[in-house]
Design a protein around this ligand. Sequence first.
Ligand code: NAD
Length: 282
Amino acid sequence: MSQMDPKDLDVVPAPEELPSSLGGLMRGKRVLMTGVANDRSIAWAIAQAFQREGAELAFTYPGEAMEKRVRPLAEGIGAKAIIDCDVSKDEDIDRSVAELRKVWDRVDVLVHSIGYAPRGALDGRFTEVTTRDAWRITMDVSAYSLIGLARAFRPMMPAGSSIVTLTYYGAEKVVRNYNVMGVAKAALEASMRYLAEDLGQDGIRVNAISAGPIKTLAAAGIKGMRTMLGENAAKTPLRRNVDQEDCASAALYLCSPLGRNVTGEVLHVDAGQNILGVVSME
Ligand SMILES: NC(=O)c1ccc[n+]([C@@H]2O[C@H](COP(=O)([O-])OP(=O)(O)OC[C@H]3O[C@@H](n4cnc5c(N)ncnc54)[C@H](O)[C@@H]3O)[C@@H](O)[C@H]2O)c1
């Protein structure tokens, strides 16, 4: 391992294969997926895993430009609805509920896999690049949207249903250049806990998956991501990075009956990165 070229470290495979089937773990569940942008999206891996396990799926996308990318993927997987929903607009969220009601009378799982920060906010000194606008937009799209979606879809969610969101370690500790997105992820995780307490009385569970760094469209906007992937893989306790399928496995656990008594939890899927303090590279 120590002889490996650092640029190859992000592809060190896990020693075990994932099972190809879990026997229909999500059979009959109706799942609303947000956050698919392309076939590298974490949400896309979750959608595929849920579908493989018997779930019915519906998808949202924010605006026409994204529709071109999302529609072919969603149609290819037999989506029951494909809905335009920019989560920064209340009217879009409300219309999404109305549109989904045309095909489904309930939603069993809501996957929130959305993050956005304005250009420039994730590159440079925190003091300088965290403008009022960068703060407002990042917090609104990346954190408030979980609450907005939960409020809107709660009436469609029966007891036993669940919500899962995606977060990152930058919520807990400082990760250089993650900047205001780290602040938004901290707000997202706190919101997840408040929602879990509030919606628990309705039998709805709310959890978060804290994923290690993965090469996706959203991640490409973070300065130094490539270097971080290499360094991260060398340092994590498992000496590798995670991938989209690892997040999908965690989502299967949290959103299926396997997770029936788990709520308000941040499940780290990060090859153990979050347990580390100072790591010597000797
Ligand atoms: N990739 C990583 O390293 C990593 C690690 C930990 C957590 N995450 C989180 O995982 C989630 C998914 O990101 P990803 O890495 O799969 O990248 P991605 O770019 O594939 O997904 C981000 C999604 O957010 C959506 N989005 C942005 N603004 C929106 C808006 N106004 N309304 C509705 N949707 C909007 C985009 O359309 C896109 O589908 C994000 O919350 C991200 O912060 C990613």
